[in-house]
Design a protein around this ligand. Structure first.
Ligand code: TZP
Ligand code: MG
Length: 261
């Protein structure tokens, strides 16, 4: 059983096998974890269900051995079949409230949001974290709408009292300023999938993410829950150095007002 609601999104790898340059996805994921990736999301758009499940089960084993959170993109059924820690849905996927009912209270639900309204609705529907869509324009995903930019990202972070994970065009050159917006972590596809040395690239991004958390922008919130490595409570505006975010569980609901700054 998964149910790992205390998860660390600091450096969040979203996979895209097609960018791996012929390397096995398992090999890339292992290297990324060795370099410091804390959450892995399996994102597949053209596999059969059977192939998707098989690959998810393989990555489940790899991530479980490493103690890394494992999320499946889009597919609640595949997430359950692979005993993933959670599922991530977009605005055109399984509605978040239904996904929550299907996965139960203990698995992690991530929801993509492109606006403050979508982020608030995601939270109300049971999301544990929001993936912002997208900070910068990126060739990896071209249907994201206008990029949020750093100011839009800051507004989105302020809008909800659950962690926000930034995604879209993030690399070693901009990761620090993205983290400084108060996000709980950075999610990347190409910055790791295309890296010649995946472990080294992950190590570099992880160091930047750890070093620049809460450095500017939104003031840090004090930790409210203890966890190995130093956890923070709800909200992505983490104090410097935390390694785990305690996501909302039943009975832990807080009002949006508590996030007001
Ligand atoms: N969702 C929003 S942008 C994006 C996804 C999956 C792709 C991000 O890819 P990259 O290569 O990290 O810019
Ligand atoms: Mg989707």
């Amino acid at each position: 059983m998964a149910g790992n609601k205390r998860f660390d999104p600091t450096l969040y790898l979203v996979t895209d096998r097609r960018l791996g340059g012929g390397r096995a996805l398992e090999e890339i994921v292992r290297a990324a974890i060795a370099g410091g990736v804390s959450t892995v999301q399996l994102r597949e758009k053209d596999l059969s269900t059977r192939e998707f499940v098989a690959l998810a089960r393989t990555l489940r084993e790899i991530t479980r051995e490493a103690g890394v959170t494992f999320i499946v993109n889009d597919r609640v059924d595949v997430a359950l079949a692979a005993d993933a820690d959670g599922v991530h849905v977009g605005q055109d996927d399984m509605p978040a409230a239904l996904a929550r009912r299907l996965i139960g209270p203990d698995r992690i639900l991530g929801v993509t949001a492109a606006s403050e309204d979508e982020a608030r609705r995601a939270r109300a529907d049971g999301a544990d974290y929001v993936g912002c869509n997208a900070v910068f324009a990126t060739p990896t995903k071209t249907d994201t709408g206008p990029p949020l930019g750093l100011e839009g990202l800051r507004r989105l972070v302020r809008a909800v009292n659950i962690p926000v994970v930034a995604i879209g065009g993030i690399n070693a050159g901009n990761a620090a300023e993205v983290m400084a917006c108060g996000v709980a972590g950075i999610a990347v596809v190409s910055a790791l999938m295309t890296a010649p040395d995946v472990a080294a690239a992950a190590r570099q991004l992880r160091a930047i993410a750890d070093g620049s958390r809460g450095a500017a922008g939104i003031p840090a919130r004090p930790p409210t829950a203890a966890a190995p490595g130093g956890a923070v409570g709800e909200g992505g505006a983490a104090a410097p150095g935390p390694r785990a975010v305690k996501v909302r569980g039943a009975g832990e609901m807080k009002s949006e007002g508590e996030r007001a700054r």
